[in-house]
Design a protein around this ligand. Structure first.
Ligand code: BGC
Length: 477
């Protein structure tokens, strides 16, 4: 078996490393960012509140008030590695939509062929029927291209939004997140909507056998490679986790459901944590503005502090304030112009810039300088300004990683296994140079001392994971 646990270089991320670098910066930028730096007390407090919320989500009597809904996924079997067969998979949950053909080959092995299709912005908020027609059309094109029109392959649908599952292939969308807002889908079974769209076309015959969240796919695909994997986490456009819970603690399973195992995967939907005010003692004016201007105000507050859709927006707001307060570009007489450039649109500072800036080399800062040129038309930014911008990015991403680590630690501590591997995916985790190290730093403080943990990077959780869910489902049958 190939070991894929990521052994990333340990980077200095503790307070000491931070302090020595910050000493070089002026006091104003430190003051500006103070609200993003979490104290040990705050970390502990969020940890306790998070654990209490998960317990609430699992219990039938408190579930309605809970933010973290802890939906049972109806997936009970983890893969053994010997799964075989060909499966189709759909992956909808971010800015792209993918169709995949997954061949499970036994021996923990799989190959994936896939095609990416854009989801046009107007479809993300247009009528639901049109979104599902688009999905069915892409699926038909893919099947045609691979000459599989009559192959009747089972299909796993990775639909990465909060859904209350009624069974493995019935999932009611509770709410849209991540900038989606198609009317006519909330409260409906997305499996049925997909089935109907396929029927409307009438040119492909495909059976949807499983609907799953991307975190479930991540957990399954990592468990396929490493038998200790018990938690799946996404830190991408959105942020969420899934974990293996003892069936005895899950009140919400349908009474008719055949409990084949003592465990069941639970989709925590932790992005909604904080909606009852639990994070208000941490939220900054920037967090409130990001929320106020979003299309889902007051919702997904934990997600808005941790995920790729929002981290760039947070940095942008801080940069505007830094420019206005003369913390940045102190000596320039074009400061007003710089601030206006940042106000143009809320996504002008892309989240990927944070990763690029934090991985840049000192004192040349070539990537940071080219981003500054692109954003402000300023050719030769000073080393001090580059350092300050990097510090701003570090504070925002470190807080995000700390919050994610709090959630992961809370879930790990619920699981009885001594050794636990966490499967991770998502663009923020994957491309940020220090997110992993930031997370481990906090996890070492919070994970119970009798446990051992590791983090592994998922390889195509949404595709391979969907195929694995479909495969273990048919095994169970
Ligand atoms: C959704 C989750 C999903 C996460 C990561 C969130 O917005 O609510 O279901 O797992 O994004 O894609």
């Amino acid at each position: 078996m190939r070991l894929v646990v990521t052994l990333r270089s340990r980077q200095a991320v503790g307070p000491r490393a931070q302090i020595s670098r910050i000493k070089m910066l002026d006091v104003e930028v430190r003051e500006l960012m103070q609200a993003f730096v979490l104290s040990d007390y705050q970390v502990q407090e969020v940890y306790s509140r998070f654990c209490a919320e998960i317990a609430k989500g699992l219990k039938r009597s408190t579930h309605v008030q809970a933010n973290t809904k802890c939906f049972p996924t109806y997936v009970q079997d983890l893969p053994t590695g010997d799964e075989m067969g060909k499966y189709l998979a759909l992956d909808l949950g971010g800015t792209n939509f993918r169709v995949l053909l997954v061949s499970l080959k036994g021996h923990h092995d799989a190959t994936v062929e896939s095609q990416i299709y854009a989801v046009p912005k107007d479809l993300m908020v247009g009528p639901g029927v049109e979104l599902f027609d688009h999905i069915a059309e892409c699926l038909a094109r893919f099947v045609e291209k691979h000459d599989m029109r009559n192959s009747h392959l089972p299909l796993g649908f990775t639909f990465s939004f909060p859904c209350e599952q009624i069974g493995l292939k019935e999932a009611i969308l509770v709410r849209w997140t991540k900038g989606f807002g198609c009317p006519g889908v909330e409260g409906e079974d997305v499996g049925r909507l997909l089935h109907e769209a396929i029927q409307r076309r009438g040119d492909v015959e495909i059976a949807v056998v499983a609907i799953l969240n991307d975190t479930t796919g991540t957990l399954m695909s990592c468990a396929h490679r490493n038998a200790d994997c018990r938690v799946g986490v996404i830190v991408g456009t959105g942020c969420n986790a899934c974990y293996v819970e003892d069936v005895a603690n899950v009140d919400l399973l349908h009474p008719d459901f055949k409990r084949t195992q003592r465990q069941v995967l639970v989709n925590a939907e932790w992005g909604a944590f904080g909606e009852s005010g639990q994070l208000d003692f941490l939220r900054t004016e920037y967090d409130r503005e990001v929320d106020d201007t979003s299309i889902n105000k007051s919702e997904q507050l934990f997600e808005k502090m941790t995920s790729g859709m929002y981290l760039g927006r947070l940095v942008r707001l801080v940069l505007i304030r830094a420019i206005q307060r003369k913390v940045l570009f102190k000596l320039s007489n074009r400061r007003e112009h710089f601030a206006t450039a940042m106000q143009k649109n809320e996504d002008v500072f892309e989240t990927r810039y944070i990763s690029e800036i934090e991985s840049d080399s000192f004192p040349e800062f070539p990537k940071t300088r080219s981003i500054i040129t692109e954003l402000f038309g300023l050719e030769k930014a000073s080393v001090e300004d580059c350092q300050k911008i990097r510090y701003i990015c570090e504070c925002v991403s470190k807080r995000a990683a700390t919050l994610v680590a709090i959630g992961v630690s809370g879930l790990i501590n619920r699981i009885s296994n001594r050794r636990i591997v966490v499967g991770m995916d998502g663009s923020v985790y994957r491309y940020h140079p220090k997110f992993d190290a930031y997370m481990r730093y906090t996890m070492h403080k919070l994970v119970k001392s009798d446990k051992e943990f590791d983090i592994m990077l998922s390889e195509d959780g949404s595709g391979r994971g969907a195929a694995l869910v479909a495969a273990v489902a048919s095994k169970t049958k």
